[in-house]
Design a protein around this ligand. Sequence first.
Ligand SMILES: [Zn+2]
Length: 200
Amino acid sequence: MLTKDELEFLKSQSLTTSDVYDGRGQSSAAWKAGVRAAGQTVVIGTPCKEKGHRLRTRSGHCAQCDTAKLGYQKRHNTEGYIYIAGSRSAKLLKVGTCVDIEQRRKNLRHQAYGNITDWEMLFTVKVDAGGRIEADALSRLAKYKVVRMYEKDGRKQEAAEMLKTSFSVALAAVQETLKGVKASEIRKSLRWADYEFKKL
Ligand SMILES: [Zn+2]
């Protein structure tokens, strides 16, 4: 079913035919759901306009024209923790992903992310596709987004993942994105009520 070029491409990406979902003849919605349900990495489907390649990423980009898209997909789907952190001094929250929770808490404080040094981890959960869930949750919370400049390594940086809302609002958005997702090691701080910054 795959051409020699396609097999070589898979090999170059450390993938095999078992990572390929056959989405030929299916609607875009059908194969996008199918490849995720099957836990596979690439889809064989309609050829790309540029070069007629058939292998696509889960989101439909040509995997062969731009291999960076597969790299992005991989990071997006890496196992890790989703977290909600909060600052009482700034009355702000932050949703993010990390591999090591305590290390991230220390880094946020040490770097004074958003000029804030009292970050606490309020909620953490282990998931398979941290980046995607983070992006989903942040899009649900977009109207609460706050951007602040801060200094990192002597340079001005944008702290773009902060939210001006209550912990329970952020938690509800994260939980909504977790529906139907395998989640484990769920931890919620006993002090979450100190982070209900806005009346609902
Ligand atoms: Zn292509």
